[in-house]
Write a protein that binds this ligand. Structure first.
Ligand SMILES: [Zn+2]
Length: 382
């Protein structure tokens, strides 16, 4: 039996976070990632990945570390109703038990953070990453901001945090939540806010007060893919992290930037996610003594979300990655079909179906120059 190299946090009760069959967000695709990760990790090397599965809802004092008391009262009241009310301006309805369901995802993030701080091994919370919720309101399918609460908990422990966000949508709840904080370096790659919810995350938004110069926003145009993400990631992320010297890294690993996503128009491939994962893991080993929390996030195409998040868990556990053409387990495919009522993917990676990219070297130079002038940082030449 191998000693554990990482720990994943997943309760089947995360599936209670459910806005109903016609809503795009579903923890079921994260559940299918967990199903695949459990099988493949155990087969590759039993014990390399530990699991925590008994996760209770976070208590109110933890929620209050980020959210306002009147907002928590409002959600608690809505949670007790049999009918649905809107928790934000339109995308995030209540459902019976929504308070407990959202609080359970928060507990997953808190336990994962505590684990990585104590053990200096990667902690993985694929059900979390609800980065849009603000202190006083729900937003974008996010009722409580589990990942902001984890960031705040690390800050409360006196640590410098690097928060990275590769979700297709800007992580506004986290960025504005720590906009003034000198203890949170925030680097966010996302589809340009002029073309996608929530409409924020521009290079001129660099933080305020103690946080000035510590928020880096990298908006990409619709249609941009690996050719945009990876060169920027390689230039900007290691340089900023090595200068900032974080004591823990938190990565919000939304998968809605994957090509073919239902809600966003970026075109990342599984190979790009894998490179990001390996790079961030290496940076955690170099800079934070191994303290790394990775959460899930958005992702509205179950075929992509389940396979990409499963692969991330393998990488965090130091296990070898499946070959792109490697077949997926038959039982997993049957469960996938039974869960979604659609055919399951046969292999780990599909041949990509990409549109022409709007990205070019000139676009990269323009964005890097904007960041350099706003942040006062020089990034290495490619
Ligand atoms: Zn998203």
């Amino acid at each position: 039996m191998t000693p554990p190299r990482a720990k994943a946090f997943w309760s089947d009760r995360f599936l209670d976070y459910d806005f109903g069959p016609f809503h795009p967000f579903s923890e079921r695709s994260r559940g299918m990632a967990v199903n695949l990760l459990k099988r493949t990790a155990a087969e590759a090397e039993p014990g390399a990945l530990e699991w925590s599965e008994a996760i209770e809802p976070a208590e109110r004092s933890i929620l209050e570390s980020f959210h306002r008391a009147d907002y928590l009262d409002f959600v608690q009241q809505a949670s007790g109703l049999s009918r649905e009310v809107l928790l934000d301006a339109g995308d995030t309805p209540s459902f019976p038990g929504c308070y407990e369901a959202a609080a359970r995802l928060v507990r997953g993030a808190v336990e994962a953070l505590d684990y990585t701080l104590a053990h200096r091994r990667p902690a993985y919370h694929p059900g979390g990453g609800l980065h849009h919720a603000h202190a006083d309101r729900a937003s974008g399918f996010c009722i409580f901001n589990d990942v902001a609460i984890a960031v705040g908990r690390a800050v409360g422990a006196g640590l410098r945090v690097a928060y990275l966000d590769i979700d297709a949508h800007h992580g506004d709840g986290v960025m504005y939540g720590f906009f003034d904080s000198g203890r949170v370096l925030d680097i966010d790659f996302h589809q340009d806010g002029r073309t996608l919810f929530p409409g924020t995350g521009f290079p001129h938004e660099v933080g305020r007060g103690d946080g000035a110069g510590l928020k880096a926003n990298l908006p990409l145009p619709p249609g941009a893919g690996d050719e945009a993400l990876l060169p920027l990631f390689r230039r900007v992320v290691p340089a900023l992290l090595r200068r900032y010297r974080p004591e823990v890294i938190v990565l919000q690993h939304g998968v809605d930037g994957h090509w073919g996503d239902e809600l966003a128009q970026l075109q990342y491939s599984p190979a790009a996610y894998a490179e990001v994962d390996r790079t961030v893991l290496a940076l955690a080993q170099e800079l934070t003594g191994g303290r790394l929390l990775v959460t899930g996030g958005g992702g509205y195409r179950a075929e992509s979300v389940s396979r990409v998040l499963a692969r991330t868990g393998l990488i965090l556990s130091g296990l070898s990655e499946p070959d792109p053409g490697e077949s997926l387990p038959g039982e997993w495919r049957e469960t996938f079909t039974a869960t979604f009522g659609t055919g399951a993917p046969a292999t780990w990676t599909d041949p990509p179906r990409l549109e022409a990219t709007p990205w070019s070297d000139a676009e990269e130079r323009r964005l890097v120059a904007q960041l350099e002038s706003r942040l006062g940082d020089r990034f290495p030449a490619p």
